[in-house]
Design a protein around this ligand. Structure first.
Ligand code: ZN
Length: 199
């Protein structure tokens, strides 16, 4: 029995060759050497996730989009989560919930910004892609989004256009706003703690 049989088939490579071409191209560009598979998660909305270094998970409606740039955005975004092992930060969910939310929001901005670069999406196309990709869940107000560890879609567009790279200025900008909205006591202590845990 081959290892691929043991680990499960790669039938989506045949079913979605265009998406796989994007996945392979972006994975190489991101410096990821392992073989990464595309898995389908149930859902009628546009969504993606990652829980290991070997697979990205997208809903079928993402793969059926007419706009290939948006498919590129979803794939590149998830690959950046793999690149930085972002799913491991879920451990903070059980240790410090505010910190978990702040880390996840920062990871989202980084996956967006570096993902857009990886997918070569720039300028006005950034807004177009986000407008199509919007998850109805993210249409909640900012505090509701923050409390679930996600930024608002409008923030994703704003920061992706305001900053050229995911840098320390963006990091502080995001965290100061998070502390203010979430009424974090001793924000400077919180900031230092988040900074230490963010990789
Ligand atoms: Zn993400």
């Amino acid at each position: 029995m081959s290892l691929s049989v043991f680990l499960g088939g790669d039938e989506n490579r045949i079913a979605y060759p265009a998406a796989y071409a994007i996945l392979d191209e972006c994975a190489v560009k991101a410096g990821l050497r392992q073989r990464i598979r595309l898995r389908i998660i149930p859902g009628s909305g546009l969504d993606g996730t990652v829980s290991s270094p070997f697979s990205i998970y997208l809903t079928e409606p993402v793969l059926k989009l007419k706009n290939p740039q948006v498919i590129r955005y979803f794939i590149a975004h998830e690959l950046i989560h793999i690149k930085y092992w972002d799913y491991l930060k879920n451990i903070y969910l059980h240790i410090d919930y505010d910190k978990f939310c702040a880390l996840r929001i920062l990871c989202e901005f980084r996956a967006d910004m570096e993902g857009l670069q990886l997918a070569s999406i720039t300028g006005n196309d950034i807004k177009t892609v986000h407008d199509i990709a919007e998850n109805p869940l993210e249409r909640a107000d900012k505090i509701t989004c923050y409390e679930s560890g996600y930024p608002e879609r409008s923030q994703r567009i704003y920061y992706s256009q305001k900053y050229k790279d995911f840098d320390v200025n963006l990091f502080d900008d995001v965290l100061f706003d998070f502390c203010f909205e979430m009424k974090i006591g001793k924000p400077s202590v919180f900031l230092r703690s988040v900074k230490r845990s963010f990789r």
